[in-house]
Design a protein around this ligand. Structure first.
Ligand code: PMP
Length: 421
């Protein structure tokens, strides 16, 4: 049972390993948008394993492709070309924005971002990077160095090659104003003499872990113009936002910008480890030494990813995320009118955040935990994020139904009603 799990966790995992909930549910089974614990309790999953399970848990159509490939050929290394990996690269080229058409496969989002940062250095011959406050890009050395969120910077002495600038967020300021200031800070960082030699700026289109921070629609075009003027590449980290999550295949499409490099992971494999950094014909040749990732793009993960892309297309998950996201946002905005603890509702499609502040304007972190616990009891698993862990994160599998959204909003309304403000 759950007690045993916690005992074992304490005995054999690193002490840093953390989890949501006082007693995390012992999940033993998944079926599309639902999870089941060891006692048979059913949960509506509104977290999707941090936006990984976009096509749902144990999706039979996708599993069929995974299992078929698993029984045929599991692994060879990329030294012998395998059909699934090159087919996946071809398929990705057709859904990636603009001229992005070359993919380098690896297994995790961190590796994809590490590769993207290296590629930017090789292409530009410059060493430094700009990243945004509230960012999370991974847990390898360079990617942790470009991560701003203190709780994810495990090494206090990270690489000094990164300059952080304010993102399009301020608790006490209109979003537009904060976004203008963010771009001013980028320009200032570029021209200041300690931050010369900048290869790239790396950014999530919507900052997931940082609190579902959603810049205004004009933000990335203006940013790209500034970067181009100075020969700096734009790396867009779509690890959390990619694959129909926001109602488009990639969130950056909402902003009408084609980045120089894009990174993908998580939902591409719907639970199988696969990731990639992708770029155009001009930049890709900068990586000259023969290099490959042993398991990156292996046949099983690649076949699964192809099935994921098929599924997104066949069931039009972009349209589903847009429509259901609209319903969810409407409902959350209605709750905001009723419950003053809700400071902000933000996000696009089925990537929504609800920031909670106490009456005195401080982050409502305990209340956020209380809501997660209460919803768990009522059969709903929700996420949380933000620098102060006071943002409710809504990122369910995209196969969720309107009925599920209604149930979620109804339960949320009741739980918010329990909080004294
Ligand atoms: N970038 C973003 C935006 C992420 O959300 C994450 C993980 N939460 C990562 C990169 C790192 O991915 P991974 O854990 O697969 O290394």
């Amino acid at each position: 049972g759950p007690e045993k799990i916690i005992e074992k966790k304490k005995a054999f995992l690193f002490p840093c390993s953390h989890h949501f909930y006082k007693n995390p549910p012992q999940i033993v089974k998944g079926e599309m948008q639902y999870l089941f614990d060891s006692k048979g309790k059913k949960y509506l999953d509104c977290f999707a394993g941090v936006s990984v399970m976009n096509c749902g848990h144990c999706n039979p159509e996708i599993l069929e492709a995974t299992i078929r490939q698993m029984k045929t050929l599991q692994h060879t290394t990329t030294i012998y070309l395998t059909q699934p990996m090159v087919d996946l690269a071809d398929r990705l080229a057709h859904v990636l924005p603009g001229d992005l058409r070359r993919s380098f496969f690896c297994c995790t989002g961190s590796e994809a971002n590490e590769g993207a940062l290296l590629l930017a250095r090789l292409f530009t011959g410059k060493r430094n990077f700009i990243a945004l406050n509230h960012s999370l890009h991974g847990r390898t050395y360079l990617t942790m160095s470009t991560t701003a969120i203190p709780m994810w910077r495990a090494d206090p002495e990270l690489d000094g090659c990164v300059t952080f600038v304010p993102n399009a967020y301020s608790r006490n300021k209109p979003l537009e104003e904060a976004a203008v200031e963010s771009l001013e800070a980028v320009e200032k960082a570029i021209v200041s003499k300690n931050t010369h030699n900048i290869a790239a700026l790396i950014a999530e289109p919507i900052q997931g872990n940082g609190g579902m921070i959603t810049p205004p629609s004009w933000y990335f075009q203006k940013l790209k113009t500034i970067l181009e003027k100075h020969g700096i590449l734009l790396i867009i980290d779509e690890v959390q936002t990619g694959f129909a999550r926001t109602g488009k295949m990639f969130a950056i499409e909402h902003y009408g910008v084609v980045p120089d490099i894009i990174t993908v992971a998580k939902a591409l494999g719907n639970g199988m480890p696969i990731a990639a950094f992708c770029t155009n014909d001009r930049i890709a040749p900068a990586l000259t030494k023969p290099s490959a990732s042993t398991l990156g793009g292996n046949p099983v993960a690649s076949s699964t990813a192809i099935a994921v892309l098929d599924y997104i297309e066949k069931y039009n998950l972009c349209a589903a995320a847009e429509k259901l996201g609209h319903k969810l946002k409407e409902g959350l905005l209605a709750l905001q009118k009723k419950h003053p603890i809700i400071h902000d509702v933000r996000g696009i499609g089925l990537m929504m955040g609800v920031e909670l502040l106490k009456e005195n304007g401080q982050a409502a972190a305990e209340e956020t935990d209380f809501i997660l616990e209460e919803l768990k009891g009522r059969g709903i698993l929700l996420g949380k994020n933000g620098l102060e862990r006071n943002v409710l994160a809504f990122q369910p599998p995209l196969v969720i139904s309107e009925e599920d959204i209604r149930f979620l909003l109804e339960q949320l309304d009741m739980v918010f009603g329990l909080i004294k403000f």
